[in-house]
Every structure is written in C-alpha cells, then in structure tokens.
Design a protein around this ligand. Sequence first.
Ligand code: KG4
Ligand code: ZN
Length: 334
Amino acid sequence: MKDVYILGIETSCDETSISIVKNGCEDVYTCVLTQMDTHAKFGGVVPEIASRMHTENITMVLDDVLTKSNITWDMIDAIAVTYAPGLLGSLLVGLEFAKTLALIHNKPLIAVNHTAGHIYANQLVEPIIYPSLGLAISGGHTELLLLKGDYDFEVLGKTLDDAVGECFDKIARILGLSYPGGPNVERLASNGKPTYDLPKPMNDDSLNFSFSGLKSYIINFVHNETQRGNEINKADLAASFIEVVSDELARKVRLAIERYNAKNLIVAGGVSASKPIREKLTRLCEELGVKICIPPIKYCTDNATMIAAAAYPLYKMGRFAEFNINAKSQEEIF
Ligand code: KG4
Ligand code: ZN
C-alpha cells in the first residue's frame, strides 16, 4: 500500500506547530515554536498576542518543516488542522493557513478536534487498542473516555468545574510561579513533601471530577496565612497539591477500570507530562494488570504531530472538511 503523508497544523493556543506524519504513526519531522516566554510576562496566554504571533511565525515554521523533512508537496496527501476547541483568533490563523495551502496545492483538508489529537498522540507510540479507557487531562479538559473505535468515543465522566491543568496554572500563580504552571509546580514540589492536609476533591463514586474546591481552599489558605504573617512552606504545599490531584485521578481511573473491566488505559493531554501523575497511574495499572500507554512528554503538550496522527483515520474514512468550515472555541470531543 502507498504511504500516506499528512501535514498537520496546530495553533489552538500558544504553540505554532507544523508536522509531517507518515501513515498516522511515524513522525517524519515536527517543528514546535512556543510563545511561552512572551506570555509568561503576563502570567498567562494573552489571546490577541497569541494570534498575532501565530501570524508572524507560521510561514517560518512551514519553511523549516519543508526544508528539514525532505518532503515535497507532491508527496503530501492531505492537510490537517486543529479547528476546535481553543482560542478563536489563534485557531483561525491555522485554519485559514491550512485552507490556503490545501487550495494552492490541491490537497484535501481534514479538520481535527484538539482533544482527539491528544488521544491520537498515543498512536505515535504504538497502535491504539480498542476498547481502551482514555484519560484526557489538559488545560481545557479533564475527561474519562471509553474509546470504542476510531472516532467512536464515549464520555464516561468529566470535570464539573475547572480542568486539572487550569488548576495547576492557578496554584502556580498563587505560589508566585510563572506560566505555564504545571511544570513549575512540579519543579517546586520536587523539593517538598506532602505534609499539608488538603481537602479531598470529591468523595463519591461517579466518574466525574471537581478540582475547584481544592483550588479555592489553597488560594484562601495562602491569603489567610500571608495576612497573619505565618510562613508557608511552598514546596510542601505544591507537593501536597500534586498528591491530592494525582490520588483523585488515580481513584477515578481505578473506578472506571473496575466498572468497565478495562484492559487498556491511554493517557493524553498536557498534564500527562506530570512525572508524579505518570508514575501514580503506571503503578495503578501494574497493580490491576492493565496496559498503560502515555506518550513521551514532547507529544503530551501541544504539537502538530498529534494532529496529523489524528487526521489519519479521518483520511482513511474519507471524512474531509469543506472549505467554509469555521473555527470553534468550544467543542465537546464528540
Ligand atoms: O494540552 P496542553 O498543552 O494544552 C491544552 O490543550 O490545554 O495542556 C496545557 C496544560 C497547562 O495547564 C499546563 O500547566 C499543564 O498542561 N502541564 C502540566 C505539566 N506540563 C504541562 N501540568 C502538570 N505537570 C506538568 N509537568
Ligand atoms: Zn492541548
């Protein structure tokens, strides 16, 4: 069979990324240009700056990919792009760029949901086994999914309030750490111990999540202690926060594994870059005899490789996008 090369584009937040992926699983070449340092000055992503920077950088990123990959336009079978969810202005830069490339080079256009992209990042490691449980944990998502087949996903549970990554970012801010919060909280926590007794997020047996109570508790605690002039051991507080979050994720994953008699777990999204969370979920799966797949860190955070990988099953199904497709800031995974 002829090899399929898909060029993927990802601009949903603060990474301008383009990648070429062969047969949905082989990363031929990927360029990720992050705007992290710029947004760090403001304590979070500034949407207007993000879209402007995508506009400035996207042609350079494409140039880099075409030069370094040794792939020519006649070899590319389709153009894939993230169209939802994300920052609207940022998504539009990638989407219009993708449409233009598809029109100029006469290639089909494939529209990819960003969360599906995170799930299919696992395809870059090994073929996804169906059925699998999926845990999508990012700045915008906290979902437990039943992956029944390609693009046949059922949401089993989700966050009732904040996404887990959002929580990491808010806790980072109150601890005086810069954006992006997750890796900085993890770094600080590595020098601490989980000595603080924090409230457990949800004492129930549903498959939903709730982290806003924990977040508010920590924010109030830090404010109150600071006002009273009491010293806080920030490293210990960060370690305690990570322990509660990872325990809760593992508790819900255990419930889902038992309830659905799952044999495989796939972890996806930026928060799956967290070493303590990776370790806790790996130990849980070892204990339960479940096969776990977590992408390497570079495929956990936003990248176009996962978008091109997620486009491959759509390519095979012939699910191409119309040229009047619009970007959407919100979209349920399916
Ligand atoms: O998937 P992602 O790159 O973007 C979204 O689709 O949201 O995820 C970004 C989120 C941020 O909230 C960031 O703080 C978090 O992932 N994150 C982490 C780590 N690395 C990134 N959270 C905890 N530990 C990490 N090491
Ligand atoms: Zn993401």
